[in-house]
Design a protein around this ligand. Structure first.
Ligand code: MG
Length: 381
């Protein structure tokens, strides 16, 4: 029996790499649904190749184009974000890969969990915004969450077969393209420079988040919810080679690590086939090339976003949602060269102080927080 997948965000970096994994294991994985935000041409090509039952385009203005291009195939074509939230509930789906960018991942993930689907979670913003709500729902509906983020996949793999308590999570970070930059260099850093990640091939938003270390901050929040640890139990280690994808220290001080060449297809393939490991043609580690692996403390003064993430975890409530919404706006502004690299952090700090804090937010409170935070940041840019 093939595992039937819904791939949300199939035209993005994770989505296309996931389809590469499907391509290599057609006997194990089937595609029931593909959804994309905007890239209709690629979605058409993917639909022709993988022949899913349903394709959905979030941008409704592209619906007719998609529908006409696929008119000769026996598949359903839907449009709009509501349709994405509906499609994941289909009985035939075993697992939903949430690979869309940002806040858009929240609603369909909730629908998929309520329908009892296994979640291959690539959209970390879902846990950043609503970690408490999502993990509670997943427990209630017995919906397993398998992380796709490379660090969390590593931690998950280290914990497989363990029943003992975690002493500490050692979350590794490449340090991004600006690891060795001075504050003055950071001030003048451009989006073009920020998009050149030294090790990982990822989408634009997460690559900018890597350069600013916001990504690592969000990953701390993600780790808290996935593995039930406190912020004090998470140590960020800068590891420029990106070979150790993260580690777990147990109470006996034994440390387990997961290693591999940085290639997102590895954690994607692991999640899509969990608990089975499948043979792959991915590159093996060349120990001559990586004969020395280094680890250092992150520079919290240069990369202030890490501190903001700590503060957001400590305060809880809607604070991570505020940080996420503000970050989505400043990253978009930085990509359009409308604000400088360091200004992104200045805006985040100000926004965390100005949006009303809610200690125990409901889902509707989070929607409202997201909305007013975005409006506030846009107004003040
Ligand atoms: Mg990661």
């Amino acid at each position: 029996m093939k595992r039937q997948l819904a791939i949300l965000g199939s035209t993005g970096s994770i989505g296309t790499q996931a389809l590469d994994v499907v391509r290599q294991h057609p006997d194990k994985l089937g595609v029931y649904a593909l959804t994309a935000n905007n890239q209709v041409d690629l979605l058409i090509r993917q639909a022709r190749e993988f022949q899913p039952e349903v394709v959905v385009i979030a941008n409704e203005s592209k619906y007719m184009l998609l529908k006409e291009a696929l008119a000769d195939l026996p598949l359903k074509v839907w449009a709009g974000s509501e349709a994405i939230a509906q499609v994941v509930e289909n009985e035939a789906i075993d697992m939903v890969l949430t690979a869309m960018v940002g806040y858009a991942g929240l609603k369909p993930t909730i629908h998929a969990i309520k329908a009892g689907k296994a979640i291959a979670l690539a959209n970390k913003e879902t846990l950043v915004i609503a970690g408490e709500l999502i993990t509670k729902l997943a427990r209630e509906h017995k919906s397993p969450i398998i992380p796709v983020d490379s660090e969390h996949s590593a931690i998950f793999q280290c914990l497989t077969g363990e029943n003992s308590a975690i002493d500490k999570i050692l979350l590794t970070a490449s340090g991004g393209p600006f690891r060795t930059f001075t504050k003055e260099q950071l001030r003048h850093a451009t989006s073009k420079e920020a998009l050149k990640h030294p090790n990982w091939n990822m989408g634009a938003k997460v690559t900018i988040d890597s350069a600013s270390m916001m990504n690592k901050g969000f990953e701390m929040i993600e780790a808290k919810w996935l593995f039930g640890v406190s912020p004090e139990q998470i140590q960020v280690l800068v590891h420029p080679q990106s070979i150790v994808h993260s580690m777990v220290q147990f109470e006996d001080m034994s440390v387990k690590a997961q290693l591999g060449v940085p290639d997102m297809r590895l954690p994607i393939q692991y999640a899509l086939n969990y608990p089975e490991r499948l043979k792959s043609d991915f590159q093996a580690i060349d120990w001559q090339k990586f004969s020395s692996l280094t680890f250092e403390e992150p520079d919290m003064e240069k990369f202030r976003n890490l501190g903001f993430a700590f503060e957001a975890i400590r305060r809880g409530g809607n604070m991570p949602c505020i940080l996420n919404a503000a970050n989505e706006i400043v990253v978009a502004a930085f990509l359009e060269n409308r604000i400088g690299f360091l200004e992104m952090s200045d805006v985040l700090e100000k926004t965390m102080q100005s949006i009303p804090f809610i200690a125990s937010p409901t889902y509707d409170d989070l929607l409202e927080t997201d909305k007013i935070t975005r409006e506030n940041v846009i107004r003040n840019l």
